[in-house]
Design a protein around this ligand. Sequence first.
Ligand SMILES: Nc1nc2c(ncn2[C@@H]2O[C@H](COP(=O)(O)OP(=O)(O)OP(=O)(O)O)[C@@H](O)[C@H]2O)c(=O)[nH]1
Ligand SMILES: [Mg+2]
Length: 306
Amino acid sequence: MLDPMGEAESSRTGFIAIVGRPNVGKSTLLNALVGEHVSITARRPQTTRSRVLGVLTRGAAPAITQFIFVDTPGLQQRTRTLLQRRMNETVRATLAEVDAVVMVIDARGWKSADDEVLSLLPRERANVVLALNKTDLLPRYDLVLPVLADCARRYPFTALVPVSAEKRGQLDELLDEIALLLPPGQPLFDADAVTDRSVRFLAAEIVREKAFRLLGDEVPYGIAVAIERWQETAQRAQIVAAILVEREAHKPIVIGAGGAKLREIGRLARADIEALLGKRVYLQTWVRVKPRWSDDAGALRALGYE
Ligand SMILES: Nc1nc2c(ncn2[C@@H]2O[C@H](COP(=O)(O)OP(=O)(O)OP(=O)(O)O)[C@@H](O)[C@H]2O)c(=O)[nH]1
Ligand SMILES: [Mg+2]
């Protein structure tokens, strides 16, 4: 609606970075906040490689609040490959652009790696909320209190909210705190949008998530997924996905005895992609050796990690 009197806008819209060291639950928190699986998660660190947007719209006109969350890769301690350096650059660039920041730590206590994340936060802007995640893992909830006191001394957070991304604990409280930091403005995305990423990228990430989870530490980080073919009709989709490994020796590990691993990756991924697309999916997966893809700028771009 026109606002000729220049009265205060009642809608708020803003970008919120989710930052933290690897494996504290940033992506799980993003998914829980937007209510959809837009960013992949796994028990091991270094799961998220690029920036992923998750959108949540609350309220109705004229008082809409649109949260545009930016999930970032966990801040890497080692920056050996181009991919790892890009991941850290992504975190820094994101922090400079957003309206608010949610820093995530493990509620069981502050770690030295959290200091490095803290050192990147803007001191002059009071726009950082601390989320103490995984409170469900505390033997007693009140054990979070000394951790809260400790964290409050470290940085002038505008709020400190204990949450459990996995059990959906205290997420509304966290959203209320974030909303206070968002500037007035009209929504940028449709009310039902949940991400800016293409379904093609999400499908590739789903395959990568299953591979990550099933392979454990057998193929350390040297894995990526490229969609080689995508044919879609109203009723079904035919997808060919290549799992890229850096070494010939990794190929049999991904394939597994008699193809069992690869079949299981495909089976789990297909179910999730069907849910994502809402139609029948025929998914073919295969393994290709692509040496040093994580150091190849062209490959990183093609894989959507930029
Ligand atoms: N018990 C419990 N586990 C959680 C919670 N949140 C996340 N996790 C688990 O923690 C692990 C890491 O979660 P991710 O969301 O992938 O962590 P991340 O911070 O995005 O990790 P990177 O992208 O590698 O930096 C997964 O096994 C999650 O299931 C929580 O609230 N409670
Ligand atoms: Mg992540």
